[in-house]
Design a protein around this ligand. Structure first.
Ligand code: 0L1
Ligand code: MG
Length: 267
């Protein structure tokens, strides 16, 4: 992927500092391609990798990865046509049923996802959904709280990849299940906000099968000379479009076979 870089190392560090400031101090910035229209997807991942390197140097622990923009609903909502990946750290995790502060977020949205916990390393290229299922310890229901740092959630693929795929917080919960006991594509989910149903879908919305999204993620990692280690927590992407939340909102995501995941949002 590095051969497709158009930005200098100096520009990558500069953009990383811009994204890091917006993420850690919760303010919106214009999409990066306004200033760097030539920015490629490889440039976006170079900025994301620099951000990951900095966070780890600051003591954050990487716990896994996320696949993003993996459903047609999400791609249409955000106006892009290719999925992406981002990293997850311990600082982004929140307990089930907790109160999640919005003071350190810009304009949070929630989406229901199936999360995979891996029991074996996976290495691309050529990783398939069957490889993913064989390497999966268990799956569990999760809600991702995304928070694009770009004004009005307006971005292109290179910018959103640099912003770590809008990753902000995530909550895992419900019941952990073995994949062989489930028919993952037909697994349904209903999301309620303040007791009203606001979104619903089946996991097939994620590339036909959520394991396809994890295989895609492993193959993107391979392009960056990385693998997915055993023990990783991996989110496979939103099944429905993302729903905006604000202080006072309470969210319950009810998953068929996997139980529910709840949280509320506070100032
Ligand atoms: O997890 C996702 O699908 C989000 C990817 C980034 C796009 C967005 O901010 O909605
Ligand atoms: Mg997501």
């Amino acid at each position: 992927m590095s051969s497709n870089l158009s930005l200098s190392r100096e520009d990558i560090v500069r953009l990383c500092e811009r994204v890091e400031g917006a993420q850690t101090r919760a303010y919106a910035i214009p999409k990066l391609t306004n200033e760097y229209p030539q920015m490629s997807i490889a440039d976006g991942y170079a900025v994301q990798n620099e951000l990951r390197r900095r966070f780890i140097a600051q003591g954050h622990k990487q716990v896994g990865w996320k696949a993003g923009l993996t459903s047609r609903a999400k791609m249409q909502q955000m106006g892009v046509s290719v999925p992406s990946i981002g990293f997850l750290t311990d600082r982004m995790a929140r307990p089930e049923n907790s109160a999640i502060s919005t003071a350190d977020l810009v304009h949070p949205r929630v989406e229901c996802e199936v999360a995979f916990v891996m029991k074996a390393d996976l290495q691309g290229p050529g990783c398939t959904a069957a490889d993913v299922l064989a390497a999966t310890d268990y799956v569990l229901p999760a809600v991702e709280i995304i928070d694009s740092r770009f004004s009005g959630f307006k971005f292109d693929l290179a910018s959103v990849i640099a912003d770590n795929g809008s990753s902000a917080r995530f909550v895992g919960g419900g019941r952990a299940r073995y994949v062989e006991d489930l028919d993952l594509p037909t697994l349904g989910v209903v999301m309620e906000k303040n007791g009203e149903i606001v979104a619903m879908g089946a996991a097939a919305a994620v590339m036909g099968h959520p394991a396809e999204a994890i295989a895609m993620l492993v193959n993107i990692l391979a392009e960056m000379d990385e693998m997915l280690p055993a023990g990783s927590f991996v989110m496979s992407g939103g099944i429905t479009e993302a729903i905006a939340v604000q202080p006072g909102d309470s969210i319950v995501a009810r998953f068929q076979e996997l139980g529910s995941v709840s949280m509320r949002f506070v100032e």
